[in-house]
Write a protein that binds this ligand. Structure first.
Ligand SMILES: [Zn+2]
Length: 260
């Protein structure tokens, strides 16, 4: 562990003023746009579409050290090794996207008809041609986000072992730690699952409308105890972060595509 470089906080999602999930009406004006996320995924009106498979590069299967950060809004996770950048392409995405990091929302932000899941993971990738998340957040389709639903199960899922370390940052927003448990992205993604596709936004301020969303239909599982570890984090006001899901946004005529 001692050989790791010091943790540098990424500030790409920073917003000058405090925002909370309790008062979403006070989020900045950009969050009142017409292509916002999350949405309720339609049961009947989704446009059936043929998508080629999503292609992940081989590092998606490699276990690597990660850094966990309590952002005050979620547990942010990224690979510790800065040269470790799993990529995704195909599946109707235009070009190659590079992983920035991933984080979680409880309960889920996206909804399938009439139903929410206890947990949703967001795997945030930026278009390689923009070279950084900072640039990608200003560009149409600059960000590709993969959404994964998780159901609760009795026993632990080894893929979530890294959540054992959340207690070390639970009460300290903005601090990062190296996890004792390495992560392979493929263990957290339902690779091969059919998915929904639509064009939307970040689900946190500044709600940039630059995101190509891929929401997998097939849920994975997390242990009940692991889910509770995640939910122990406190926000910046030293209060337990009981929920961190943005409300469902209007489609405003957007199409939602579903793979066949
Ligand atoms: Zn998210």
């Amino acid at each position: 562990m001692a050989s790791y470089p010091p943790i540098v906080r990424h500030q790409q999602y920073a917003y000058a003023h405090e925002w909370t999930y309790q008062n979403q009406k006070l989020w900045p004006p950009q969050c009142k746009g017409h292509s916002q996320s999350p949405i309720e995924l339609p049961s009947k009106n989704a446009v059936k579409t043929y998508f080629s498979d999503l292609n992940f590069d081989s590092t998606v299967h490699t276990k690597n050290p990660i850094i966990l950060t309590n952002s005050g809004h979620t547990v942010e996770t990224r690979f510790a090794n800065s040269s470790m950048h799993p990529t995704v392409s195909g599946g109707g995405l235009s070009g190659e996207y590079v992983l920035e990091g991933f984080h979680f929302h409880w309960p889920s932000e996206h909804k399938v008809p009439g139903h929410k899941f206890p947990l949703e993971g967001h795997f945030v990738f930026y278009a390689k041609k923009h070279q950084s998340i900072k640039n990608a957040l200003k560009a149409k389709n600059g960000v590709a986000a993969l959404g994964v639903f998780y159901k609760l199960q009795k026993g632990n899922n080894p893929a979530f072992a890294f959540l054992n370390n959340v207690e070390n940052i639970a009460h300290r927003a903005d601090e990062g730690i190296y996890s004792d448990f390495d992560v392979a992205l493929a263990d957290l993604l339902p690779i091969g699952s059919k998915f929904y596709r639509y064009y939307g936004s970040l689900t946190t301020p500044n709600c940039n409308e630059v995101v190509v969303w891929t929401v997998f239909m097939k849920p994975l599982h997390i242990g009940k105890q692991q889910f509770n570890q995640l939910r122990k984090i406190w926000d910046k006001h030293n209060k337990l972060l009981k929920f961190n899901n943005r409300q469902i946004q209007k489609l405003n005529g957007r199409k939602v595509y579903v793979g066949v």
